[in-house]
Design a protein around this ligand. Structure first.
Ligand SMILES: Nc1ncnc2c1ncn2[C@@H]1O[C@H](COP(=O)(O)OP(=O)(O)OP(=O)(O)O)[C@@H](O)[C@H]1O
Length: 335
C-alpha cells in the first residue's frame, strides 16, 4: 500500500502544488490520479519515488517512509513509465528492456531472454526486438516503455500519462492490453492522467485533484459517478455520469421475462430476428449475465422493438428485457 500522510509540496518560488494530501493506494490495485492541468498530479506521483521531496508530511510504501530509504534501492522496486515512453534512442528495443535486469545482476543472456518474453506479453512480436525506438509507432514505443518498467518485476509502478501520446484507437487497444496484463500481474499502480474517461476505465480507484493540489474525492469509479462529493467532481466526471455508471453494474441483477412473439428463434432457440409490422429485422446483438447494464440499455435502444435479449453460454435465448421494465428497474435501483 502507498500512503500519503498529510503531504504538502511548495516549490521554491511557486505556490502550493500539493495541499495536505492524505490517501491510501491499495496494494495490487491501480489508482488513477486525475484532475485539471497544474493540480499537482505529477508532483504527487514523483513524491512516491523521491524524484520530488515533500515540504511536509510523509509518503510510505507498505508502512516504510520513503524519505528514509536509499533512492537507488527505492527506485529499483518502482517501475516508471512516462509519456512518449522515454526510451534510449541509441539502444535496440531489446536492449532498452534488458538494461534494468542487467543492472540488477542478471547475465546478458538471461536479461535478453526475460526481455523477449516481456515484449511478447505487452504485444510486441520478436521481430521488433532488434529495431530502434525511432523505427516504432507511438503505440509500439509505449509498449516497450511498459515492458521496460516491468523488467525489474517491481511491486510498484508509476505511470505518468502513459497512453496520451497515441491516437484514440491505439489508446483503446493499449488500455485493453494493459488491463489484461494487470489482471495477471496485480502490481500496485499509481497512474496520472488528465482524461477522466481513461481514469474511470482503468482505475480500481480514482483520486480527483483540484487546482491548488487539493484532493476533491477518492473512491471507486462507480462511487465517483454515483455520489460525487461536490459540484466540481460532478462536472469533472461529466454530464452523462448516470449512463456511464451503468458500465459498472452487472446485467445478472436485471429480471428477465420469457420471450414473446416479436422474437424469432431457430430450432435450437437461438435468437435470429425481430418480427416487426414492417417485416423481420436482424437481431443486432444479445447479452449474457456477465455483461453490464450499459450493454443491455444499448441493446434495448438499438432494437426496433425496444427489447434486449439474453442468451446462455450455448447462445440460446433464456429471457428478454423490455425497455419499460429496464427503465423501471434503473429507477428502482437508485431509490
Ligand atoms: N519544478 C517546479 N518548480 C516550481 N513549480 C513547479 C515545479 N514543478 C511543478 N510546479 C508547479 O506545481 C504545480 C503542480 O504541477 P504538476 O506538474 O504536479 O501538475 P499536474 O497536475 O501534473 O499538471 P499537468 O496535467 O499540466 O501535467 C503547477 O502549478 C506547476 O507550475
Amino acid at each position: 500500500m502507498i500512503t500519503f500522510e498529510d503531504v504538502v509540496k511548495i516549490y521554491p518560488g511557486g505556490g502550493t502544488a500539493v495541499d495536505h494530501l492524505s490517501m491510501e493506494l491499495p496494494t495490487g490495485k491501480m489508482t488513477v490520479l486525475v484532475g485539471p492541468s497544474g493540480c499537482g498530479k505529477t508532483t504527487s506521483l514523483r513524491m512516491i519515488n523521491r524524484m520530488v521531496e515533500p515540504t511536509s508530511g510523509r509518503v510510505l510504501i507498505d508502512g516504510q517512509d520513503v524519505s528514509g530509504q536509499d533512492e537507488a534501492l527505492l527506485r529499483r522496486g518502482i517501475g516508471y513509465v512516462i509519456q512518449h515512453a522515454g526510451l534510449f534512442p541509441h539502444r535496440t528495443v531489446l536492449d532498452n528492456v534488458a538494461t534494468v535486469p542487467m543492472l540488477l545482476g542478471r547475465t546478458r543472456r538471461q536479461a535478453r531472454a526475460a526481455s523477449l518474453e516481456l515484449l511478447e506479453r505487452v504485444g510486441l512480436p520478436a521481430e521488433f526486438a532488434k529495431r530502434y525506438p525511432a523505427q516504432l509507432s507511438g503505440g509500439q514505443q509505449q509498449r516497450v516503455g511498459v515492458a521496460r518498467a516491468l523488467a525489474a518485476d517491481p511491486p510498484v509502478m508509476l505511470m505518468d500519462e502513459p497512453f496520451s501520446a497515441v491516437d484514440p484507437v491505439v489508446r483503446s487497444q493499449l488500455h485493453a492490453e494493459f488491463l489484461r496484463l494487470q489482471q495477471d500481474l496485480g502490481k500496485t499502480i499509481a497512474m496520472v492522467t488528465h482524461d477522466i474517461d481513461e481514469a474511470i476505465k482503468l482505475g480500481d480507484y480514482v483520486a480527483i485533484l483540484r487546482q491548488g493540489g487539493v484532493l476533491a474525492q477518492f473512491g471507486t469509479p462507480q462511487e465517483l459517478l454515483d455520489h460525487p462529493a461536490d459540484d466540481f467532481v460532478a462536472s469533472f466526471v461529466g454530464r452523462d455520469r448516470g449512463l456511464r455508471s451503468l458500465s459498472f453494474d452487472a446485467a445478472a441483477s436485471v429480471p428477465v421475462s420469457p420471450p414473446g412473439d416479436d422474437l424469432v428463434t431457430d430450432e435450437a432457440g437461438r435468437p435470429v430476428a425481430w418480427r416487426t409490422p414492417s417485416g423481420e429485422r436482424p437481431i443486432g446483438g444479445t447479452f449474457t449475465k456477465d455483461d453490464s447494464l450499459r450493454v443491455i440499455t444499448d441493446l434495448a435502444i438499438m432494437s426496433p422493438v425496444g427489447i434486449a435479449v439474453r442468451v446462455g453460454a450455448d447462445g440460446v435465448c433464456d429471457g428478454i428485457v423490455r425497455h419499460h421494465d429496464l427503465v423501471d428497474y434503473l429507477i428502482a435501483r437508485r431509490s
